[in-house]
Design a protein around this ligand. Structure first.
Ligand code: ATP
Ligand code: MG
Length: 567
């Protein structure tokens, strides 16, 4: 492949629109171009990477016995009405009308379509289990498309769906899929964590996310050396159960805390640790006022809060409402003396308190030595705070460490959610019908390109692992006007191609400096430089990842380079 006649439009400047390295590098290295918000073209180098990743995914899916199919992108809206997903997908579903005013959706995922296939064509237990997969463009009208192809509105996904007679059979396929996903990411040369996704919330079924580690990834995870990992959004704050605050024998005392509205001010003034102070946060949930208690050194996780109130509108009380509810100004709220209609909820960590320091619902005053159960009532303990690094692993008790990454895959035990909603049943040995037990397994092919770059780049550009590099080798003649250098480069390129090594020949009439910079930017694993040393019969092989340089005789260039590429 000759660069001068290829669409590999590189550039030097950092594009203002790109916030994370992979997005910047994908634009700069000429892998993608934006058409409109969240919609991208993959140019030749980018598309080659897509095809490499697809190849690995396909091999691993086939290896565990999945069958490849191709489902339509255009879906009649009625199938979403049937599954009940019209509401839950909500605004993310792209809708359009045909010439006869019938409404269609552009497939965001294919549970409905595949469940219809199973319903019509897998009627007997004898045909089960089966797992079908496809690699196809998906459409989702993401509220905030960002980071280039990481969160796009049109993206490439591998999605697989399995159908089973029993939970054990589903479990078997689920484990096989987990293994396949591990191998896919390992073959792509990336480090990752398998994160336990929240199951209770979605309905008790098992679910795991595969997160490729990268500093600026959207997902923050807490993980443990024992293998446990969890998305920080869902992780519970867990600490050593040390009782907080001095055990108070008698009643609480009132302390004068002039102008001290923050935990830092109050704890500093009273010479206690911030965690001895308990924050009281006041919200309106639906049509009720509620107070939420959390340790002074923690932050409330609003995702958990919204979940606790199960779809009700939740908002902060404003200053006037706080005054009316508690009688005191903002910054001095506390649970003691609130009206009986104001339910008090507390984070699980508050269980460990023997006594606490809280606001007195009165200006410039706090209460010290307050005891739950004696001085006020807690309606319910819940997991409500953001977990953080150092919190304890629920599996083994060791401290968790924090890292960031990008979710590239998600496997899920669906159970009978879709098969019940859509009446998809099979007949068992006794001729009795049952809804299919299902699993679904998504893998973000186009996001994976970004994830790989996010994890593997340096200050000069992309550092592709060979398995998914657009091609393994770039041949770089430093001076295309020197006939000997140019002819050698052309000859080598042809020889490599003949040997089945896909090669990019940088035949552009540009300065060596620009060509070296571009080669680093596009990140091809091996660079064979044909330069001045050719006079002495030598060429140079650079390993992009280590920047190690080997001088090799030109006569052995093909053989030696191929040895490197093959190992
Ligand atoms: P997210 O939490 O990132 O929105 P999701 O839970 O909506 O992901 P799934 O429906 O499980 O994602 O889709 C499977 C995979 O498809 C994801 O793991 C991810 O790799 C990819 N994916 C999902 N949404 C997008 C998107 N908007 N752009 C690119 N890839 C995506
Ligand atoms: Mg999503």
């Amino acid at each position: 492949m000759r660069w001068s006649k290829s669409c590999i439009p590189t550039f030097k400047e950092n594009p203002a629109e790109a916030e994370i390295p992979s997005h910047r590098l994908m634009l700069r290295a000429g892998l993608i171009r934006k058409l409109t918000s969240g919609v991208y073209t993959f140019l030749p180098l980018g598309f080659k990477v897509i095809k490499k990743i697809e190849g690995i995914v396909r091999e691993e899916m086939d290896a565990i016995g999945c069958q490849e199919v191709l489902m339509p992108v255009l879906h009649p809206i009625e199938i979403y009405e049937e599954s009940g997903r019209l509401g839950s997908f909500g605004p993310e579903l792209f809708k359009l009308q045909d010439g006869r005013q019938r409404t269609f959706a552009l497939g965001p995922t294919h549970e409905e379509v595949i469940t219809m296939i199973a319903r019509d064509d897998m009627k007997s237990y004898r045909t089960l289990p089966q797992c079908l997969y496809q690699i196809l463009i998906k459409f989702r009208d993401e509220i905030r498309p960002r980071y280039g192809v990481v969160r796009a509105r049109e993206f490439i996904m591998k999605d697989a769906y399995s159908f089973h007679q029993s939970a054990e059979s589903l479990d078997e396929t689920y484990r096989a899929m987990e293994g396949a996903y591990r191998r896919i990411i390992e073959r792509c040369g990336l480090s990752y964590r398998i994160v336990e996704a929240d199951s209770g919330y979605i309905g008790g079924d098992e679910s795991h996310e595969f997160v490729v580690l990268a500093g600026s990834g959207e997902s923050t995870i807490l993980s443990c050396s024992c293998g446990y990992a969890v998305n920080i959004e869902r992780a519970a704050g867990r600490e050593l159960e040390t009782p907080r605050g001095a055990r108070s024998a008698g009643a609480f005392e009132r302390v004068h805390t002039p102008g001290m509205t923050t935990v830092e001010q109050v704890s500093g003034f009273l010479s206690v640790t911030p965690r001895e102070v308990v924050k009281t946060l006041l919200y309106r949930a639906g049509d009720r006022d509620v107070a939420i208690l959390i340790p002074g050194d923690r932050e409330l996780n609003d995702i958990k809060l919204v979940r606790m109130f199960d779809g009700e509108q939740v908002r902060f009380l404003d200053d006037g409402e706080i005054k009316r509810l508690t009688g005191g100004p903002v910054g001095f709220s506390g649970p003691v003396g609130l009206s009986a209609e104001t339910a008090v909820y507390a984070d699980n960590l508050v269980k460990g308190y023997d006594s606490m320091i809280v606001g007195a619902n009165e200006a410039d005053t706090h209460l010290r030595g307050v005891k739950a159960g004696r001085d006020f009532t807690i309606a319910k303990f819940e997991d409500l705070v953001w977990a953080r690094e150092g919190d304890l692993c629920p599996k083994c008790g060791a401290p968790l460490t924090k890292s960031n990454g990008l979710e590239v895959g998600h496997i899920f035990k669906l159970g009978t959610k879709y098969s019940r909603a859509m009446n998809a049943e099979f007949l068992d040995e006794a001729g009795k019908s049952h809804p299919f037990i299902m699993g679904c397994y998504g893998f973000g092919i186009s996001r994976m390109v970004a994830a790989a770059i996010e994890q593997l780049h340096d200050k000069d550009g992309i550092v592709w692992p060979q398995s998914i590099a657009p091609m393994p080798l770039i041949v770089l003649p430093v001076n295309s006007n020197d006939a000997e250098i140019r002819d050698t480069a052309y000859r080598l390129e042809e020889e490599f191609e003949r040997c089945g090594i896909e090669t990019l020949l940088d035949d552009r009439d540009l300065s060596p400096g620009i060509k070296f910079k571009d080669a680093d930017l596009v990140g091809i694993p091996y660079r064979l430089t044909i330069g001045k040393k050719l006079k002495d019969g030598m060429v140079e092989l650079l390993h992009r990842s280590s920047r190690r340089v080997e001088e090799i005789p030109v006569a052995e260039a093909v053989e030696r380079t191929m040895e490197r590429i093959k190992t």
